[in-house]
Design a protein around this ligand. Structure first.
Ligand SMILES: *[C@@H]1O[C@H](CO)[C@@H](O)[C@H](O)[C@H]1NC(C)=O
Ligand SMILES: *[C@@H]1O[C@H](CO)[C@@H](O)[C@H](O)[C@H]1NC(C)=O
Ligand SMILES: *[C@@H]1O[C@H](CO)[C@@H](O)[C@H](O)[C@H]1NC(C)=O
Ligand SMILES: *[C@@H]1O[C@H](CO)[C@@H](O)[C@H](O)[C@H]1NC(C)=O
Ligand SMILES: *[C@@H]1O[C@H](CO)[C@@H](O)[C@H](O)[C@H]1NC(C)=O
Ligand SMILES: *[C@@H]1O[C@H](CO)[C@@H](O)[C@H](O)[C@H]1NC(C)=O
Ligand SMILES: *[C@@H]1O[C@H](CO)[C@@H](O)[C@H](O)[C@H]1NC(C)=O
Ligand SMILES: *[C@@H]1O[C@H](CO)[C@@H](O)[C@H](O)[C@H]1NC(C)=O
Ligand SMILES: CC(=O)N[C@H]1CO[C@H](CO)[C@@H](O)[C@@H]1O
Length: 636
């Protein structure tokens, strides 16, 4: 971190800082040994909620690309498609189950052409996910399968504004009587970003006639790290900006299934996308599963995150459990899944993974058994069955329990917190006196819900500061707390089934909420050693803190949350060591109810400045009302 690259200091602010009286004195103890902090501490928890997968982080731009089911998981339909008839031509579109694409995708879109007039066209459009974002300088890859009853001429593929201005078009030279995949690049020449666009496939061949069937109609923009079938680049980037260490997936509730039959089945999320049936997710809408097990693992590679893979463990949202005697095939299914992830190419499922383009086994270290099994009464026998089988096959895997159990060793316990601001703040000390007995803690989901549990609160500054208090408590105890993740991570604007969320997006843009910036500041400024802090002339509240140091960069970090409506000045002292005369402050502050939104995505963002430290080890710093701050000091 170079202090020279940063903005100018406000000398007015400095003068003021030096004249006010300090409320509290904090002494950072570099003179005594600190505790080693787990390097995995900050990461993400992910599941498809709030339309955050399809139409969100998964970059596919076509909605309902393969007619797997309707939006709410029922009978397939042609939602999000429209007929296109230009210049007096006539054609119709139909959902056809008599001409399936394959055994998995049993419906196709049939275009029946009655007449194409000279200079006209016949075809269909797809409206995308609340439009299709076209940006200057980007190329788009369109692909689809098609076959025709008698037409053998060309098809035109285009991206157009909803009022008909063609932004890009390209031609597929011919179609034939059996399904064939067509892939084509579209390179719009535009100067501004627009979203009010549609994707069109049509024919302009005068007198074209008969039927043409289509399926797996797809359009991808450039993706994050250019992964095929990958992530929306801006959403991948905002994740990367927090420097996450782990990724807990695929749920969350979304792994569990509304019932056992509708659970997330790993083996139906792999292979070519045209072999994936899709599934009604637990949040009430259909998941294409275009983003499946392999894509999640590749996402971990691209974001440098340790995968924390949750396996289905015999319990679903209807609160029913598989009987102990019947667990065998389900446990075996998880072993197969682990072989797909970690097996060499000589194993059955390792070879399958290689055939999907990833020969190298993934270095999976963490497996979680189930999700929120503290809701169930059967976890003891289920945990034991999975724990025993997984340990036998993979002794080095670290197993994470999602509820209390006494049947087998507990290596890590996943605790979840969705609480009001005062309750989160009160839990700053939650793990201070927790036994250090070998069982580590994952806080696999937490978020301040200012209106209380659960899911109906704004992601405002009050929530963000309470998150900062709680996260500081976790970080102070990061010799015990191995993983911590905010939840949920994403919401599509207008589709929030749960609030608050870390990251909002719509078709056009993505933005962090105030809680996002706390995660970003706390995670990206990571200590390897937690230092003791002694307080004098005051006590905890409204200021809460954690201090740490990082050997490789010789830095000291002081993170401070001010959970209150007045600014607080602290006198900060370093014992043991001297620091350079200039420090860097990153401060997020705002009104208690301030937040970010589509209309005002950067209303609250952290501000970086430098400040002077006289004498090498003492300075006063004023923490604004409702703020979360990281102070970076460079050891000499
Ligand atoms: C911090 O403020 C106190 C007054 O509260 C003052 O006595 C002290 O000199 C200040 N320290 C520095 C380093 O400016
Ligand atoms: C989806 O289909 C089911 C019937 O299978 C129907 O009840 C439901 O209303 C449909 N949903 C939408 C969004 O059309
Ligand atoms: C289209 O059909 C009309 C009427 O049968 C015929 O006159 C015309 O030549 C055809 N046009 C082409 C391009 O085949
Ligand atoms: C996936 O595995 C389940 C068993 O867990 C099995 O019932 C299902 O048929 C498999 N699906 C495919 C596509 O192989
Ligand atoms: C450690 O203590 C926790 C909390 O009391 C308990 O749940 C866990 O089982 C203990 N672990 C071991 C290895 O004793
Ligand atoms: C280190 O951890 C112990 C508990 O194992 C705790 O008592 C102590 O306060 C911690 N030290 C720091 C600097 O957090
Ligand atoms: C000290 O705390 C009091 C009470 O919270 C507050 O009114 C005052 O503004 C604080 N002073 C400074 C210099 O931050
Ligand atoms: C913040 O919002 C709460 C709840 O709507 C309201 O009671 C309070 O007055 C607001 N505070 C400010 C400073 O706007
Ligand atoms: C707020 C909310 O629930 N939004 C939507 C979530 O997804 C389903 C299915 O697509 C919609 O019906 C909801 O309106």
């Amino acid at each position: 971190y170079s202090t020279f690259a940063l903005g100018l200091v406000s000398s007015f602010g400095l003068a003021w800082i030096n004249t006010v009286q300090a409320n509290i004195s904090l002494t950072i103890r570099q003179d005594i040994a600190g505790n080693v902090s787990f390097p995995t501490l900050y990461g993400y928890m992910y599941e498809d909620i709030n339309h955050s997968g399809d139409g969100g982080i998964y970059a596919e731009m076509i909605r309902n690309r393969a007619f797997q089911m309707n939006d709410t998981g029922g009978t397939p339909d042609l939602a999000h498609y429209s007929s296109v008839n230009g210049g007096g031509s006539s054609s119709t579109i139909h959902l056809d189950s008599a001409v399936p694409f394959n055994d998995v995708l049993t419906h196709t879109l049939r275009l029946d052409i009655t007449q194409v007039k000279q200079g006209g066209r016949a075809g269909f459009s797809n409206e995308g996910w609340e439009g299709i974002r076209i940006q200057p300088g980007e190329k788009y890859t369109a692909s689809f399968f098609a076959k025709s009853s008698k037409y053998t001429g060309p098809l035109t593929v285009s991206i157009e504004s909803s009022s008909g201005t063609v932004l890009a078009k390209a031609t597929v030279p011919s179609v034939s009587s059996s399904f064939k995949k067509y892939t084509i690049e579209l390179a719009p020449s535009v100067k501004t970003t627009t979203t009010d666009n549609v994707f069109v496939i049509s024919t302009s061949t005068t007198n074209a006639s008969g039927s043409i069937w289509f399926d797996v109609i797809s359009l991808f923009p450039p993706t994050f790290k250019n992964r095929a079938n990958g992530l929306r680049a801006d959403i991948g980037q905002i994740m990367a900006d927090t420097k996450p260490s782990f990724f807990r997936f695929p749920g969350g509730n979304n792994i569990e299934g509304i019932n056992a039959q509708s659970r997330w089945k790993w083996n139906e999320t792999i292979g070519p996308i045209e072999t994936r049936p899709g599934r009604l997710g637990d949040w009430g809408y259909m998941n294409t599963d275009g983003q499946g097990l392999l894509e999640y693992l590749e996402m971990c590679e691209d974001l440098n995150m340790e995968p924390v893979l949750a396996v289905w463990a015999g319990y679903s949202l209807d609160q029913k459990s598989i009987a102990e005697a019947d667990l065998g095939p389900y446990v075996q299914d998880s072993l197969n899944e682990l072989e797909y992830v970690m097996g060499s190419t000589k194993t059955k499922y390792g070879a399958l993974r290689a055939s999907h383009g990833h020969a190298e086994p993934f270095d999976l270290k963490y497996v979680e058994i189930g999700n929120e099994d503290f809701f169930s009464t059967t976890y003891d026998y289920r945990y034991k069955a999975w724990y025993t089988a997984i340990k036998k096959a993979y002794p080095k895997l670290q197993i994470i329990a999602t509820g209390g159990e006494t049947s087998s060793p507990m290596e890590t316990l996943d605790d979840h917190y969705y609480q009001s601001g005062p309750a989160m703040v009160a839990d700053y000390n939650k793990y201070d006196n927790h036994p250090r007995n070998g069982t580590t803690i994952m806080v696999g989901e937490y978020a301040t819900n200012v209106n209380g549990c659960c899911g109906t609160s704004p992601a405002n500054m009050q929530a963000a500061v309470a998150d900062a208090v709680f996260a500081s408590g976790l970080e102070r105890n990061s010799d015990l707390v191995q993983f911590a993740a905010y939840a949920p991570t994403f919401t599509r604007d207008g589709q929030a089934q749960w609030n608050p969320d870390l990251i909002g997006f719509n078709t056009e843009q993505v933005w962090g909420t105030p809680p996002y910036y706390v995660q970003q500041m706390w995670s990206a400024n990571r200590a390897d050693t937690i230092l003791q802090v002694d307080a004098a002339n005051g006590k905890l509240g409204p200021l809460y803190w954690v201090a740490g140091s990082k050997k490789s960069t010789q830095q000291v970090f002081l993170k401070v949350a001010n959970y209150g409506s007045s600014s607080q000045t602290a006198s900060i002292n370093l014992k043991g060591g001297r620091v350079h005369s200039q420090g860097v402050s990153i401060v997020l502050s705002g009104g208690v109810n301030d937040t970010n939104s589509a209309a005002s995505p950067k209303n609250v963002v952290p501000k970086t400045s430098t400040f002077n430290i006289a004498g090498g080890n003492t300075f006063n710093f004023t923490f604004p009302a409702w703020s979360a701050s990281v102070l970076l000091l460079d050891n000499m």
